[in-house]
Design a protein around this ligand. Structure first.
Ligand SMILES: Nc1nc2c(ncn2[C@@H]2O[C@H](COP(=O)(O)OP(=O)(O)OP(=O)(O)O)[C@@H](O)[C@H]2O)c(=O)[nH]1
Ligand SMILES: [Mg+2]
Length: 702
């Protein structure tokens, strides 16, 4: 085992100000997971670097990750560096797995946004930068893979500043043909004659120091008097405050492959990045009767403990692991904690810290630090563990998770696996709040929903490899509904003579559309059954059978195979036979007469419409509206918000079944959307004709 565990005594002495929680984000393949191996290696916690190709990276431990050669979930490591405890979270770069990064945002003080030096700014980078900026999260940019042949680092730096603002400033610069870096925050002039690959040490030093000292008037004064004698602590305070306020986004250069710039990267995080004590703590919510207030925790190890569970792992060996960040106080092993409003305490028998799939036992986890508690069924994503009943109503911070809109219908290969399937999906959903299963009554389909095709494909692979549940995928059906637009009469005479007793029942009925509650004509829900017969044409006791016959049609439909709705039926005449009339005969007659009437009453197929709201970079606006107009949709509004556009449209759901991938392709992956059910409306006649032509009613025995 190449991983060398972090010594317990060092972790045990940690105070909140010594903790550094960072998350690596960035486009897939930019080298995040390799960088974590490099950090561990440089720090002597790993004897040998792993590789993506061989599937040996500490954080890519899952079978599916080794197969796809990409991270497919978040993972974390911890190590001690320069008396600081680093908790580093690795996240997948694919937009399909962005939920894993965003759901863990409240666990860290800063994001390390990684860019591949040869590829420059890519789609996920922009998305994360924008989102983190909106959430006011401190960010650092790491230009990685600087070892690559012919990289234009000056060009990358210029494009970073153009895309993300002039507050992006270098903290170090590459030197010696990009095999090393020089820190420009600490070095002003005395560089020993080393020339950076681009820019100059003096220029870069001046730029970043002047940006930082602007945070503090006193420091500005001191800087202009004695530029070389700045107080390190004051400089740090201003630096982390500048990061918190988005006034500074430090840029660093490194190579996970060669190790260039790694020591400086750790040095900057240790010395300058915000600690949990300095940074605005994650804002929790507090429910006070009807009201919801924000709740600011105290980063004090002695305060009553509160911890936020930001991730669940269902480990095949260790069982369920709840990963939490202590937001207040100290969480101790072998103590009881409360959970939500539950009166029953939970015993924390063991506590761990993670390093990839390895775990190290600890006896406590202090405010600001991240820990793991195993085997507690009650804990979920966003659970709040707390010590004191005063915090029963504290809830998790809000994070803008992407909505799982991409759907795929699935069927079990082996129907006997139904219970196992439900349990397995539940376990995967616990680990990934952007993965859900839905049973859609209107179409009878089981649908998995996620953020894209890859997301669901990997979930299906996990269901098979971890739980032995095999699925086949099917195209998703639209939940059409049948209704009528006119009135018509229907009739059926059911007569059967088989040997002895026969069956006889005859029904005349009329159907008409139900109107909406406000009296307006239009698609309405529901069904009404009226007995309009006079003089006992059909004896009372057979009415329930006729109604049952009609209701049987409601579920399966009369003309297209979809549920029938918005209809009133009045039975106005019929005939019976003293001996042969039986309930079964009237049930059959009622059903057939009802179908007969519906087919004559201007049958109409309704389809669901949704309100779709798309957010994308401004330059995609024309393409998005042009594509939507080809989808029978109506654009309701289009607005500009900064460099983004927001388009609202109402469109038939049938036209948006693959919208997730279509939008991705016209916006180079930068567009996102939300979708909400709006109303049902008529399908165009041509669509209805095609669906009706394809419908084959089930043959019946009667
Ligand atoms: N030249 C060079 N290649 C690197 C460097 N770091 C990583 N790579 C290679 O880049 C590829 C992707 O590396 P990963 O670490 O898996 O990238 P990632 O950002 O974790 O990717 P996702 O998990 O898909 O988001 C692998 O082939 C690595 O060997 C580097 O510093 N220089
Ligand atoms: Mg990775």
């Amino acid at each position: 085992m190449p991983l060398v565990s972090v010594s317990n005594p060092a972790v045990a002495r940690i105070v909140p100000a010594d903790v550094r929680n960072v998350m690596l984000c960035g486009h897939n393949g930019c080298g995040k997971t390799t960088l974590i191996d490099r950090l561990l290696f440089e720090n002597k916690n790993l004897n040998k670097m792993g590789s993506t190709g061989e599937g040996t990276l500490v954080c890519d431990y899952e079978a599916e990750e080794k197969l796809h050669k990409h991270s497919l979930k978040s993972a974390m490591v911890h190590f001690m560096h320069d008396r600081r405890l680093f908790n580093v979270i690795d996240t997948p770069g694919s937009a399909d797995f962005l939920g894993h990064a965003i759901s863990a945002f409240p666990a860290v003080e800063s994001l390390l946004i990684v860019i591949d030096a040869a590829k420059g700014i890519e789609v996920t980078t922009r998305r994360i930068m924008r989102l983190a900026g909106e959430l006011r999260m401190p960010r650092m940019i790491v230009v990685n893979k600087i070892d690559q042949e012919g990289v234009d680092l000056a060009g990358v730096m210029a494009s970073i500043r153009e895309a993300f603002g002039q507050e992006c400033l270098a903290v170090n610069l590459p030197i010696r043909e990009n095999t090393d870096v020089i820190d420009v925050l600490d070095h002003g002039r005395s560089t020993g004659g080393v020339m950076p690959t681009f820019s100059s040490v003096e220029e870069a030093h001046k730029a970043i120091i002047e940006q930082v000292v602007e945070m503090d008037e006193e420091l500005t004064g001191e800087y202009f008097e004695h530029p070389d004698q700045l107080d390190a602590m004051k400089l740090h305070r201003a630096f982390e405050k500048a990061m918190e306020e988005g006034h500074l986004v430090p840029v660093m250069f490194c190579s996970g492959k060669t190790g260039a710039g790694i020591a400086d990267l750790m040095h900057v995080i240790a010395e300058q990045a915000p600690s949990p004590v300095e940074c605005t703590p994650p804002v929790l919510m507090f429910h006070d009767g009807q009201d919801r207030h924000t709740f600011k925790p105290q980063i004090d190890p002695a305060a009553p403990a509160i911890a936020h569970v930001f991730k669940i792992i269902n480990d095949p060996f260790l069982g369920k692991l709840a990963i939490f960040r202590v937001v207040q106080g100290t969480i101790k092993a072998k103590t009881d904690m409360l959970h939500g409003e539950s009166k029953k305490p939970i015993r924390l028998a063991h506590l761990y810290k993670l390093c990839g799939k390895e775990h190290v036992e600890v006896d406590h986890v202090v405010a600001g630090d991240i820990g793991v508690v195993p085997k507690i069924d009650e804990l979920r994503y966003n659970s709040i563990l707390h010590e004191n009943h005063a915090h029963d109503m504290v809830s998790a911070p809000d994070v803008p998770l992407p909505k799982p809109l991409y759907g795929m219908a699935v069927e079990l290969k082996n129907h006997a696996d139904e219970a196992k399937f439900a349990m397995a999906v539940h376990k995967l959903s616990e680990e990934d709040p952007c993965f859900v299963m839905e049973r859609i009554a209107a179409t009878g389909q089981t649908v998995l929903r996620g953020l894209g095709e890859l997301h669901l494909r990997v979930a299906i692979e996990r269901l098979k490899s971890r739980y032995g549940v095999e699925l086949t995928t099917k195209p998703m059906k639209v939940a059409y509904r049948e209704t009528i637009a006119g009135r018509a009469d229907g009739h059926y005479r059911h007569k059967k003579q088989t040997g002895g007793a026969g069956q006889f029942g005859e029904v005349y009925l009329r159907v008409e559309p139900l109107t909406n509650a406000d009296g307006e004509a239009g698609p309405a829900d529901g069904f009404e059954f009226v007995n309009d017969t006079v003089g006992g044409a059909v004896p009372r006791q057979f009415m329930p059978a006729i109604e049952k016959g009609c209701r049987q049609v409601l579920a399966t439909g009369a003309f297209a195979g979809y549920p029938l709705t918005g209809i009133r039926v009045s039975v106005y005449d019929g005939k019976y036979h003293d001996v042969d009339s039986k309930e079964i005969a009237f049930l059959a007659a009622g059903k057939r007469a009802f179908i007969d009437a519906v087919l004559k009453a201007k049958p109409v197929l309704l389809e669901p419409y949704v309100v779709v709201e798309i957010t994308a970079p401004q330059e995609s606006m024309g393409d998005i509206t042009a594509q939507l107009s080809g989808k029978r949709s109506r654009i309701e509004s289009s607005d500009l918000r900064g460099d983004m556009c927001v388009i609202r449209a109402v469109a038939p759901l049938a036209e948006l079944m693959t919208y997730s991938s279509e939008l991705k392709s016209i916006t180079s992956g930068q567009g996102t959307y939300t979708m909400d059910y709006s109303h049902d409306d008529r399908t165009p006649p041509a669509v209805q004709a095609t669906i009706m032509a394809a419908y084959k009613p089930k043959s019946e025995e009667d």
